[in-house]
Design a binder for this molecule. Structure first.
Ligand code: NDP
Length: 399
């Protein structure tokens, strides 16, 4: 029985609160805090039968966070604010001696640079304090790391290549909208692509490598584009037999057309520009104009399919295994008032929290998901709403 403090009342925060409230056997008490308290109150009001306390906090401000943690005395802080707040929340957890979990690695606000170095630098301090940080407990990163660990534990003797493939085969009917925070989404998509090959990351221009992939369960063929994604950094470090790692995501032609124009006119810039005597950051202004991802919930229909194809050796022979989840936008909305992108992130965050609080995964220090036994996590993930399908053997084309 443990109290949890959830920071961030966006799309993912909403799912985390709904799901924690379904597991009061683990989360005995829930507090939701964010920059705008009204958003926390609105989410708390959706939860029937379980009281959710709410608070206002500026998560960029360590003393404010420390005061809130001291007041609430949680056993765990789940950070589902933005990646910019990871380090301040980790600092506050260190000062108060409380475990920490997030779903995205730290990014400095002025450079779209995705790497774990800043958070891995907390390793010794978290160990010395006897507290744990679980990094990247969403779907990708998160479940994709766990799927890779499962392939290494159960299906292959040596994992040599992975392709992480993320399809959103859903549609919201809007001319242009992103399914999670537009600023974070556009920074990720427009960043220089990197994939892992023979011991190093190899760069290529953003969205310059395109393939078609035939998705299972009626989704069918869709275009996928290679991107850099943060889980590759930790997976290739912790599973060093991997020689090649690539991350792929589907984008509709319509999304790419809008993105290209927005980039060409400078609307995706992350640096400050002078406008009528004021400094504005174009991508932040764009975020204010685009539909709030939270508002897409009731509009989005269709499915997501996120998974990992792992290739390597089993009993001396080449073999492939494909492990994936299919999630339905409308079913997610019916359950949590959020579409599948927030759902597939929020549920693994809660399952990561369950792993930590029940001590199935617990050790002082800073950890990535693939460093723990994948099976206890997946045993809880399915019943919590995200079942995994394993196709052991098969011939998916090299991407
Ligand atoms: P939203 O933008 O919908 O929500 C972010 C929330 O954080 C908002 O409530 C916002 O408050 C709050 N917030 C922002 N800055 C602060 C601050 N300084 N202090 C307190 N609260 C703050 O984002 P999402 O819910 O879509 O995403 C949440 C996280 O999940 C992000 O880090 C994202 O990168 C990650 N993610 C991870 C995925 C994965 O699979 N691993 C996939 C998708 C997302 P306000 O409303 O006042 O602005």
């Amino acid at each position: 029985m443990s109290k949890v403090l959830i920071i961030g009342a966006g799309g993912v925060g909403r799912v985390v609160v709904h799901k924690c409230a379904q597991r009061t056997d683990v989360f005995s008490s829930i507090t939701l805090a964010s920059r705008t308290k009204a958003k926390c109150d609105a989410i708390a009001a959706e939860i029937k039968g379980v009281k959710v306390a709410t608070a206002r906090v500026d998560a960029d401000n360590v003393p404010e966070l420390v005061a809130l943690i001291r007041q609430e005395q949680p056993k765990l802080v789940i950070n589902v604010a933005l990646p910019y707040q990871d380090l301040t929340i980790m600092d506050a957890c260190l000062e108060t001696g409380v475990d920490y979990l997030d779903t995205a690695n730290y990014e400095p606000i002025d450079t779209a640079r995705f790497e774990y170095s800043w958070q891995w630098a907390y390793q010794d301090r978290f160990k010395a304090k006897g507290i744990m940080a679980l990094l990247g407990s969403g779907f990708d990163p998160g479940v994709t790391n766990v799927y890779t660990a499962l392939a290494a534990k159960k299906y292959l003797d040596e994992v040599q290549e992975i392709d992480i493939i993320d399809a959103n085969a859903g549609s919201h009917g809007q001319p242009f909208a992103t399914n999670f925070n537009p600023e974070i989404n556009i920074r990720e998509v427009t960043a220089t692509c990197r994939h892992w090959e023979n011991g190093q990351f190899v760069e290529s221009p953003p969205l310059s490598t395109k393939r078609s992939f035939d998705f299972p369960e009626g989704i069918g063929p869709m275009n996928i584009y290679r991107l850099y994604h943060e889980e590759m950094e930790s997976i290739v470090k912790h599973i060093p037999t991997i020689k090649k790692a690539q991350f792929w995501m589907t984008f509709s032609d319509n999304y790419l057309k809008h993105l290209e124009v927005l980039q060409n006119v400078g609307m995706t810039r992350i640096d400050e520009v002078e406008f009528q005597g004021q400094k504005i950051v174009p991508i932040q202004f764009l975020k204010a104009l685009l539909p709030d991802p939270g508002s897409l919930g009731p509009l989005t229909k269709g499915k997501t399919c996120i998974g990992v194809i792992a290739r390597g050796l089993k009993d001396g022979k080449r073999k492939q295994v494909y492990i994936y989840n299919i999630c339905d936008h409308e079913a997610c909305y019916a359950e949590t008032n959020s579409q599948a992108i927030s759902y597939t992130t929020g549920v693994p965050a809660v399952v990561g929290g369950i792993m930590m609080l029940t001590k199935k995964w617990h050790a002082p220090g800073v950890w990535n998901m693939e460093q723990f036994d994948p099976e206890p996590f997946l045993d809880v993930l399915g019943p919590m709403g995200l079942p995994s399908i394993v196709v052991d053997g098969g011939h998916w084309p090299e991407l």
